[in-house]
Design a protein around this ligand. Structure first.
Ligand SMILES: CC(=O)N[C@H]1[C@@H](OP(=O)(O)OP(=O)(O)OC[C@H]2O[C@@H](n3ccc(=O)[nH]c3=O)[C@H](O)[C@@H]2O)O[C@H](CO)[C@@H](O)[C@@H]1O[C@H](C)C(=O)N[C@@H](C)C(=O)N[C@H](CCC(=O)O)C(=O)O
Ligand SMILES: Nc1ncnc2c1ncn2[C@@H]1O[C@H](COP(=O)(O)OP(=O)(O)OP(=O)(O)O)[C@@H](O)[C@H]1O
Ligand SMILES: N[C@H](CCC[C@H](N)C(=O)O)C(=O)O
Length: 514
């Protein structure tokens, strides 16, 4: 594990290198002439062994992790050994790129689900309020209509500071940053000045990496004790949110809680500012609910599908308030937010079944998505007095290879419990055999409402072509992704494109029959 804390590193030491340190690189493969190479060991690669390659590529100096490593005197470039370098890379990068986060208002969103959604809606709202805001996260880094694709939700320490400096240069005032637990643990955000930390929720994921829920929660919790935070925003419908509130109550940081639970809101309002949601209505057109804050009440109607998105919107309202936006302005700005690619994205409808493409890839997300879709089906059945055969819920999904194996069985169980018909298929098997992954998913399933089909396109076709008007088909797990990752190869594949093609072809067939 990486050095835990944001410990001080005296950046004056860099002067000892005697060369200008203007651009950093943590990967030997991207080093260019004049870059300074930061070499440390990870789980897979010890980059210190690649120092010769970095020098050959033109590195002007090398900063290397001195723990358990000796510099080779044959390497004739300026060098500096730093113990625990990975944990300090962010501090060095912050220094080299001119402390960009000190001049920006950086809001960090963490939690198992909802980080991308909340950070994008925060940025959309801020931009609508004429505050130029960039995002860092799963969908890419940059201003929201010009995102650069990224390998990680939270970039490595050097790329992060480089990006922040670039945003500042291009006139950004605010940054909405997704902070993954891997990002916190690996010190990727060390050196960053955060103004606000927002908690969405905590449920099972990534236990391949964190081993147990306590360790996972403890990693996420570190964000809420980040030095110099001005505001903390907590989901008080979530146990971790309540625990953090108790721990933060006597600290100087201001806390805003949010949630839909009246009893919690009443108790919490004595300990923090509270944003409380009520009278929630949801259907396939969107969400509508009331929001109360300090005796004021506003109605928020947004074109976003799913109950959990109402909770996400409360988080965003709180994030906006913490960023100095007035309550009414915050709510008004959120009336125009746009759905996020691959998150409850709607296709079909009318004469065809509704097809939803969504990124649910945790047991909790899948349960919330299927439950909210089920409620919508039940409501529309009541309205239309449809018989019990129509209004069925289909689900197509898989689980990623080389990710938390324990969640597979839980996801399989949730899918078959909440959907009427399930097809288990492939989702980025990576180095694993997709059949093994599917076997892990069905191992605890007692019902027979499922089939398996390794070919994801075929699985989607089978599901959509079995469904009829009034049914909903959920295609879960890959969301915005435009590839299937198989044995280190990314083969082009998009759920949304496949769904649209199938709906188009089926409509053509139907018209042909008339
Ligand atoms: C488990 C995990 O997070 N691993 C990350 C970690 O890997 P690692 O510690 O094994 O590092 P490594 O690959 O051994 O590399 C060590 C050093 O050698 C360097 N290197 C490597 C190869 C080379 O040829 N030359 C070279 O210099 C690397 O740049 C690095 O500085 O550091 C690497 C370098 O930054 C990351 O690429 C790698 O992400 C892997 C690929 C990954 O899949 N990460 C996922 C799980 C992740 O981080 N996900 C979260 C989001 C999760 C969520 O959805 O909530 C994210 O923030 O993206
Ligand atoms: N508040 C929420 N509670 C539970 N599930 C949610 C919530 N918000 C979103 N989801 C589910 O999680 C999926 C991913 O949402 P989003 O991309 O916003 O989360 P994320 O935390 O950024 O995920 P990742 O870290 O994997 O990129 C959504 O498609 C939806 O299924
Ligand atoms: N960013 C997350 C979600 C991946 C979702 C799913 N499509 C998968 O590949 O497991 C991860 O890397 O764990």
């Amino acid at each position: 594990m990486v050095e835990r804390s944001n410990k001080l590193f005296d950046c004056q030491q860099l002067e000892k290198l005697g060369v200008p340190i203007e651009n950093l690189a943590t990967d030997s493969r991207v080093v260019q002439t004049g870059d300074t190479f930061l070499a440390f060991a990870g789980k897979k690669v010890d980059a210190r062994k690649l120092i010769p390659q970095a020098i050959a590529a033109g590195a002007n100096a090398v900063i290397w992790d001195s723990l358990g490593f000796t510099w080779n005197s044959q390497w004739r470039v300026p060098s500096l050994g730093v113990a625990g370098l990975r944990g300090k890379a962010g501090l060095i990068a912050d220094h080299v790129y001119g402390h960009p986060s000190r001049k920006l208002w950086v809001v960090g969103f963490t939690g198992t689900n909802g980080k991308t959604s909340c950070s994008h809606w925060y940025a959309q709202a801020m931009n609508a309020l004429q505050k130029k805001t960039a995002v860092i996260g799963t969908l890419g880094n940059g201003f929201i209509h010009a995102l650069e694709t990224t390998a990680h939700t939270t970039p490595d320490a050097v790329l992060l500071q480089k990006k922040l400096a670039g945003f500042l240069q291009h006139g950004a005032e605010n940054v909405a940053m997704e902070v993954s637990s891997h990002g916190i643990e690996q010190g990727r955000i060390n050196g960053t000045t955060l103004s606000v930390a927002v908690l969405t929720n905590l449920s099972r994921d990534h236990l391949d990496y964190h081993k147990d829920m306590d360790a996972y929660a403890a990693t996420k919790a570190r964000l809420f004790f980040w030095p110099n935070l001005k505001y903390v925003v907590l989901n008080l419908d979530d146990i971790l949110g309540i625990e953090l509130l108790q721990q933060l109550v006597r600290k100087s940081v201001k806390v805003i809680g949010y949630g839909f639970k009246k009893s919690v809101a009443n108790t919490a309002s004595e300990q923090c500012q509270m944003i409380y949601g009520s009278n929630l209505k949801v259907d396939l057109q969107g969400v509508e609910f009331d929001i109360e804050y300090q005796g004021n009440r506003e109605k928020l109607k947004a074109d976003l599908v799913g109950k959990f998105n109402a909770v996400n919107l409360l988080a965003v309202v709180a994030g906006l308030l913490a960023s100095g936006v007035a309550f009414t302005d915050a709510v008004h700005a959120l009336r125009y937010v746009q759905p996020i690619a691959g998150r409850m994205e709607k296709f079909g409808g009318g004469d065809q079944p509704v097809v939803i493409v969504d990124y649910a890839h945790t047991p909790d997300a899948l349960e919330k998505v299927l439950m909210t879709l089920r409620e919508m089906l039940n409501a529309s059945r009541k309205v239309k007095e449809l018989n019990s055969v129509t209004g069925r819920l289909y689900c197509v999904l898989g689980c990623g290879g080389e990710r938390d194996k324990g969640k597979r069985q839980l996801i399989g169980e949730v899918a078959t419990r909440f959907a009427d018909e399930v097809i288990f298929t492939s989702d980025n098997p990576r180095s694993e055999d997709p059949c093994d992954i599917i076997n892990d998913m069905v191992v605890g399933v007692n019902s027979n409402n499922y089939q398996t089909e390794i070919n994801r396109e075929l699985a989607i076709y089978q599901s959509i072509s079995s469904a009829v008007t009034g049914d909903i088909v959920l295609i879960a797990g890959k969301g915005h992704e435009v590839y299937q990752e198989i044995k280190e190869q990314k083969i082009p594949f998009s759920d949304a494109a496949v769904v649209q093609q199938i709906l188009h072809d089926l409509l053509g067939k139907k018209i042909g029959q008339i």
